[in-house]
Design a protein around this ligand. Structure first.
Ligand code: CP
Ligand code: NVA
Length: 329
């Protein structure tokens, strides 16, 4: 029988470079194969169980963290992850470099590529990440854009996989804004065979381009990905109920209008009662208590939000090692 080629190198755990390149970026889960997505979750799981086995694996490497928006989880998990792997993080706040204002995006990218081994970027326009990736011959990692939040969706699916023992055939209901988190969850569902129903008010559905691509990507995995308007239709019989803020970072001017449009989209005990009896409640955090979720649900026994937050660390470490670790010898 022909030997299977491992998805990640067994020694280095590096993802292979993109065709025609010497490096690999992680801007969108669409660009991971089904096998790569699952191998990254496996690596994160292994790093969670045996953190000591990976100590020092990024010794001498430096990661720049460019943040154009606030962050608790993403910043801390990348910084802690780098330190645990023996590397060095450098945090660059919005005012520090004024990406695209003080200096063109391509100039920032080209300069950083001369000094550091990888860059993680939290930005507004997804295009900024793509430009960084084109201009810098080092891995670029999406730490959230207006379009996608890939590390979050990876941590979420790792959490569900740990709690439910697998993902294929599970049903997640996402209630609320079809935002960066919803888009990334649709991409992640497509890679795993988890079904996803998104309930959003008209005009606030996930990005059509991402949604159509996720549905096409889902054909091999068998995931069913759909959008409805009624929260109850999505939540009925679900294994997991997920929500996120109604107003994402950068949309503050729309907050008042959104407050009205999403009024019927709160995840509360009544809505949770429509899901399976063992359904879990998920949220990427930060939460706006009393808006998209009640205190009772967020702090209740079905809430796994802190497991999700913890898994952000293990997923960040897996991605850092897979992109910046030693190449296979
Ligand atoms: N979930 C998440 O990305 O949190 P932060 O915005 O705090 O990084
Ligand atoms: N949709 C939210 C996610 C925060 C982690 C935002 O973009 O603000």
């Amino acid at each position: 029988m022909a030997q299977m080629t491992p998805v990640l190198s067994p020694v280095s755990r590096r993802l292979p470079p993109a065709p025609g390149h010497t490096k690999r970026d992680l801007l969108s889960l669409h660009n991971l194969s089904i096998a790569e997505f699952s191998a990254l979750l496996d690596l994160a799981e292994e790093m969670k169980q045996h953190p000591e086995a990976f100590r020092g694996q990024l010794a001498g490497r430096t990661l720049a963290l460019i943040f154009e928006k606030p962050s608790l989880r993403t910043r801390v998990t990348f910084e802690v992850g780098m330190v645990q792997l023996g590397g060095h993080p450098i945090y660059l706040a919005p005012g520090d470099i004024a990406l695209g204002k003080r200096e063109a995006v391509k100039d920032v990218a080209r300069n950083l590529a001369r000094w550091v081994d990888g860059v993680t970027v939290r930005t507004f326009a997804h295009h900024t990440l793509e430009e960084m990736a084109t201009e810098a011959n080092i891995p670029i990692i999406n730490a959230l854009s207006d379009l996608l939040h890939p590390l979050q969706a990876m941590a979420d699916l790792l959490t569900l996989r740990q709690l439910k023992g697998g993902l294929r055939g599970l049903h997640m209901a996402y209630v609320g804004d079809g935002n960066n988190v919803a888009n990334a969850l649709a991409q992640a569902a497509a890679k795993t065979g988890m079904h996803l129903t998104i309930a959003s008010p008209r005009g606030y559905e996930p990005a059509a381009s991402v949604f159509m691509q996720a549905r096409a990507d889902a054909i091999p995995s068998g995931a069913q990905i759909s959008v409805v308007q009624e929260p109850a239709d999505a939540v009925a019989g679900a294994d997991a109920v997920y929500t996120d803020v109604w107003t994402s970072m950068g949309q503050e001017m729309e907050a008042r209008e959104r407050q009205k449009r999403f009024a019927g989209y709160q995840v509360n005990s009544m809505l949770m009662s429509l899901a399976k009896p063992d359904a879990v409640f998920m949220h990427c955090l930060p939460a706006h208590r009393g808006d998209e979720v009640t205190d009772e649900v967020l702090d209740g026994p079905r809430s796994v939000v802190l497991e999700q937050a913890e898994n952000r660390l293990h997923v960040a470490k897996a991605v850092l090692l897979a992109l910046m670790g030693n190449p296979p010898s």
